[in-house]
Design a binder for this molecule. Structure first.
Ligand code: SF4
Length: 582
């Protein structure tokens, strides 16, 4: 704990106040090393016994100091002649002193120094502590002098003040510590600092310039005085883990060791099962089940323990449920989310940016994909985005969004470029948006795309610690995931509609991939698979973030945007910047 306070107060706050822990390769290795040491627990003689001068080597010793109010598990206590030293094992290398000699890192010094102080407070003679750096196999001695005692006391006071203050400290500035920090993808240090320079109200001229020119986004923003500095991409551009989709009838997912096994059971009672797929738990990000797919209790337990969400869809593609592990720990964020959602002015500020971004993204999609971009509609959408940005009430915003949606869908058919259905009729004829049930193939695809997108934003909300049912634009209604719907607004055109256009225009789905029942049109299993491919391809596409200038997948953008909203809610940034591409 003291190590984190000295390394980075924000890291301390995340881990010890909010309880957010994430392992990376370094922390996993460190945890394994400590686990090994803890298995070798040896008792520490009492202070009186230690004074007899015998050689002492006690492993994994837990001691506390009531005076300082701290507790430590010490890897090793060693000594002879009545004087003891704590030894702390570190994975890395020591830092180089000015004369090239190995030195302890400041955070390690304070941590092991506190262990030495605890030994003293328990009556043991202790003048120094030792750090063992495994990478170079070097021992570094740390004298427990007055200066170190002052540093330790100050670090304890800082920890207490941070915990009592309840406000997360700002991120480090351009620090070389961040790339190695296990919480870098949660903290977003450079992004948070850059977004904090945005004004509370968007500069309309800057917004429009950003939106109407072909300059790289950051250059345009800087030219207009947004002042976003250099932002390092400290997270991987894309996720190595893949979602698993299971759409067959009568499948059962079981678990053997760390492997999920998908089996198909014969229809006859007692018929043998056939193993049709195996996938390692640590290679998937989520699992999506359509229709009659069952999970064994062992599979549910394994998926929950590994924090892999399970999303349930009806056979027709209706998203109706989610199973999660116990990962939802960030109560502080949810408390602030509820408080802010009850503030109509705050809710309106978020809603204006969400709706304005959605309209601009609809306009961009038309501009990019329409066979002949309609100039009047584009101009009207531009104005509607401006009006959304200036709306004074949620009702007004709803009206603006509705008008923009009508205009956008009026021209949606101009982005469909396949016209060879049976009998010469257009295969994908789109006139207007309809749902519940969709009455034509394009609407069936749009509904399915929005279901997949809302599932992904629900999972994002859960992962961050938001309550997906408490939103800012979408108002509370029984069973409505209002925040997930809020966050998906800007991505409807960019991800869902775009995936529909790709699926149709590149023939990933064809007119035989739909079934009709009365007025309703639904996808066949083959059509659903084809569309899932188009959707996954879309969210795995690299896109330039308009504020930060680096390229990441849409799946990463979902998380970045949700974390920016969390920053706005916590007051770290002055505005929620919606995601817009050009
Ligand atoms: S990423 Fe950097 S600023 Fe953020 S917690 Fe880690 S070290 Fe601190």
């Amino acid at each position: 704990m003291l190590n984190e306070v000295v390394y980075c107060p924000r890291l301390f706050f995340y881990e010890w106040v909010e309880g957010v822990f994430v392992h990376n390769a370094d922390t996993v290795e460190g945890a394994l090393r400590h686990e090994k040491l803890e298995r070798k627990e040896d008792p520490l003689p009492t202070a009186a016994e230690a004074e007899t001068g015998e050689s002492i080597r006690a492993r994994s010793v837990e001691l506390a100091s009531d005076r300082l109010g701290i507790i430590a598990r010490i890897d090793l206590v060693e000594g002879e002649g009545g004087t003891l030293s704590p030894v702390d094992y570190k994975k890395g290398a020591p830092r180089q002193g000015d004369d090239g000699s190995p030195e302890a890192w400041p955070a390690d010094r304070v941590q092991v120094g506190a262990q030495a102080l605890i030994l003293r407070d328990n009556g043991y003679a202790c003048d120094e502590a030792v750090l063992y750096y495994s990478a170079t196999r070097q021992r570094v001695r740390v004298a427990l002098d007055a200066a170190l005692v002052d540093e330790i006391t100050a670090a304890i006071a800082t920890a207490r003040a941070l915990a009592a203050g309840g406000r997360i400290p700002p991120p480090l500035v351009d620090s070389p510590k961040c790339p190695r920090c296990s919480l870098v993808t949660i903290c977003l240090p450079d992004e948070t600092r850059a977004a904090a320079t945005l004004p509370a109200e968007p500069d309309d001229a800057a917004q429009l310039a950003l939106f109407a020119t072909d300059e790289p986004p950051r250059a345009a923003a800087e030219a207009d005085g947004d002042g976003l500095g250099e932002v390092r991409r400290l997270m991987p551009a894309r996720d190595d883990l893949r979602p698993l989709y299971l759409t067959g009838h009568g499948l059962t997912v079981g678990k053997s060791g760390e492997v999920l096994q998908v089996r198909e059971y014969g229809r006859a009672k007692g018929a043998p099962s056939k193993l049709i797929q195996e996938v390692r738990l640590n290679e998937i990000s989520q699992i999506n089940l359509f229709g009659n797919v069952q999970l064994t209790p062992a599979a549910v337990q394994g998926l929950c323990a590994a924090e892999k969400p399970v999303a349930y869809f009806s056979f027709g593609g209706w998203f109706y449920g989610l199973t999660q592990g116990l990962g939802l720990r960030n109560v502080f964020l949810r408390r602030e989310q509820f408080r802010r959602a009850d503030d109509p002015r705050f809710a309106l500020r978020v809603a204006r940016d969400l709706v304005a971004s959605k309209i601009r993204n609809q306009r961009t999609l038309l501009q990019r994909n329409h066979v002949e971009p309609p100039p009047v509609a584009l101009l009207r959408l531009k104005r509607l985005a401006q009006q959304a940005q200036a709306a004074t009430a949620l009702d007004e915003l709803l009206g603006i969004e509705g008008t923009a949606a009508r205009l956008y869908f009026e021209h949606f058919a101009g982005m469909l470029k396949v016209e060879d259905g049976d009998g010469g009729a257009p295969a994908f004829d789109f006139r207007t948006r309809n749902r519940r049930p969709p009455r034509d193939p394009v609407n069936a695809l749009l509904s399915f795309a929005y279901a997949l997108l809302s599932k992904d934003l629900m999972i994002t909300c859960h992962g961050i610690g938001f309550d997906p049912f408490v939103g800012f634009y979408h108002q509370p209604r029984y069973g409505r995931p209002a925040l997930a719907l809020d966050l998906m607004e800007g991505f409807r055109p960019l991800v869902a509609d775009s995936a529909v256009l790709t699926a149709i225009n590149s023939r990933m789905v064809g007119d035989t991939d739909f079934i009709r029942a009365g007025d309703a049109v639904a996808l066949t299993p083959a059509g659903r698979k084809g569309f899932i491919r188009a959707y996954e391809q879309r969210i795995d596409t690299l896109v330039t973030h308009p504020l930060f200038g680096y390229r990441v997948t849409y799946r990463r953008v979902f998380e970045i945007q949700a974390r920016l909203l969390a920053r706005f809610i916590s007051g770290e940034i002055l505005r929620y910047p919606g995601f817009e591409t050009r």
